[in-house]
Design a protein around this ligand. Structure first.
Ligand code: HEM
Length: 499
């Protein structure tokens, strides 16, 4: 056989294997009885096509598929998606310690982090240590850091001197500065970037669609992540900014790990390094290596920056486009905070009913983490939505199907803070799942709440804010795990209030 024949035979053998495997998936796979598009059952390329080529957003596709095929659908050869809100709590709850699914969760290059560990036990060990930075009490102690950044944000708005503020960038700058100050003791100072277009925020935004490609092609991810930084910048310009960030974080980590005295030079002792580098926090007294510390840092940056920024942006969008909401929020804040020179404590803000309603509604209406959070059903199988799902199957559900359920939230597409003030409000709390539920729920939720209380309070008490005319009429996004936004950014004209 000559070389051409060898290549042709190899390709033919591969095509035969691929078609055979697809036919097995269609007719003999344990999930063969579940409804859904034939192409999705045949091959994972269906999902890859929507994510990477059509780029229309898989959650939007899933929504259409549920209308066509019902409440339980097969969205990949080994994957099911559910639409009934009750099923969300069957998958994500404190009794289900199911593994995370590898292709997605190892696509971010954070395998050894609280977010990236697949197994419950590994994640629990890491989260137990980090909870000393993120517990309610720890966040109370760190209130000053969040407040300081909320003030910095408002001052940066004032400096715009009549030019509109890009709220998409500005809120992300704020959340990045909070995380980098609190977790690493080294603020990125993104808020003070010209027009809030901080390179780190732009870099994180540009890298989102690349991670989707990584999910479908691990070889591509390994090539970009493991090749030398200079080459990686050329092959993948979208992740070039991330490479810079990686270099900076790695240098800081090397600094604190090579000489523990350097920890003392950090401005406060609540950084993640103070906890993660303390051998007494580990049964075997072994602290994680620099690679794992880097991955944890990256996970916290991605986990806490876009999510909080997005929630603030969505909330602000509705406040600015609904005069009644703007007025009620302002009035409540003015009453609780009569003298601008004497800002209220977080405790006081946490007791303001309308502000609470605004925040909960911002969380509900914001995509937050938009994609389904895939979990692997344990070997014994499980019953979900009344159907037996065999062990090893991947199951997931996007929070969108809970938050926009008409059965739970009447008029679910309307932003209505009052729904959280009525007699049924408490029963709704169970269905606010933006931080997910169960052992893998968000580690940073106390921090996120504090950021939302303080930022909404400072922005809407100390400034008059008006939507700028170039802003979109509605916010549009697709899921790339987190949301990726299209079209013009939300912008606002701001003027400081005098009293
Ligand atoms: C409104 C803001 C936030 C939202 C909507 C949000 C949402 C979520 C969700 C849905 C998960 C579960 C992900 C999964 O199962 O794969 C999660 C996990 C996580 N979040 Fe957040 N998050 C927010 C803020 C934060 C902040 C401020 C931090 C910390 C700086 C943070 C750190 C994490 C980490 C480390 C995990 C992984 C936990 C695990 O896998 O066990 N998040 N978050």
């Amino acid at each position: 056989m000559d070389a051409t024949q060898i290549v042709a035979t190899t390709i033919l053998a591969w095509v035969i294997w691929w078609v055979g495997h697809g036919l097995y998936n269609l007719y003999f796979h344990p999930l063969a009885g579940f409804p859904g598009p034939k192409l999705a059952a045949f091959s994972g390329l269906y999902k890859a096509w929507i994510d990477c080529v059509a780029q229309t957003g898989f959650v939007w596709t899933i929504k259409k598929l549920h209308k066509q095929y019902g409440e339980v659908i097969r969205v990949g050869p080994n994957e099911l998606h559910f639409s009934q809100p009750a099923t969300y709590l069957e998958i994500y709850n404190n009794h289900s310690r199911w593994d995370k699914e590898e292709a997605l969760y190892h696509s971010f290059g954070e395998d050894r982090s609280s977010f990236g560990y697949l197994a419950y036990k590994d994640a629990k060990d890491r989260k137990d240590i980090l909870s000393r930075v993120f517990s309610r009490r720890a966040i109370r102690d760190a209130e000053g850091i969040v407040r300081e950044n909320a003030v910095k944000l408002c001052k940066s708005f004032e400096r715009m001197q009549g030019r509109p503020v890009d709220l998409f960038y500005a809120y992300r700058c704020f959340s990045i500065d909070v995380i980098t100050s609190l977790c690493f003791g080294n603020s990125a100072n993104a808020i003070n970037a010209p027009d809030h277009k901080a390179p780190i925020v732009v870099a994180m935004d540009a890298s989102l669609p690349v991670f989707v490609r990584f999910k479908h092609a691990a070889w591509y991810k390994n090539m970009i992540i493991h090749c030398p930084p200079k080459l990686s910048r050329i092959i993948s310009p979208e992740t070039a900014g991330l490479v810079d960030l990686q270099q900076e974080l790695k240098a800081q980590i090397a600094d604190v790990t090579n000489n523990s005295d350097n920890l003392k030079k950090l401005p406060h002792s609540t950084t993640i390094y103070h906890q993660l580098l303390d051998p007494n926090n580990y049964r075997d007294k072994q602290v994680p290596d620099q690679g794992s510390l880097y991955e944890e840092s990256q996970a916290l940056m991605f986990g806490g920056a876009d999510t909080t920024g997005t929630t603030l942006m969505h909330g602000t969008f509705y406040i600015l486009t609904m005069p009644e909401v703007y007025k009620k929020l302002k009035e409540e804040l003015q009453e609780a905070w009569p003298n601008l020179e004497q800002p209220p404590t977080l405790d006081t803000l946490e007791a303001l009913p309308y502000l609470i309603g605004v925040i909960k509604e911002s969380m509900r209406m914001s995509p937050g983490v938009f994609s389904p959070l895939p979990r692997v059903v344990p070997p014994v199988g499980a019953t979900l939505a009344g159907k037996f799902v065999p062990g090893g199957s991947v199951v997931g559900m996007s929070s969108h199907f809970v938050h926009r359920s008409e059965e739970i939230f009447e008029n679910s597409n309307a932003f209505d803070p009052e729904r959280w003030l009525g007699p049924n409000a408490q029963s709704l709390d169970k269905w606010l799942v933006n931080f997910s539920r169960g052992p893998r729920m968000c580690l940073g939720f106390n921090l996120a709440w504090a950021e939302l209380y303080l930022t909404f309070a400072y922005v809407f008490r100390s400034l008059e804010v008006e939507i700028e005319s170039s802003s979109p009429k509605e916010l549009k996004w697709r899921d790339v795990f987190l949301p990726e936004y299209f079209g013009p950014h939300l912008k606002a004209n701001v003027t400081p209030v005098t009293s």
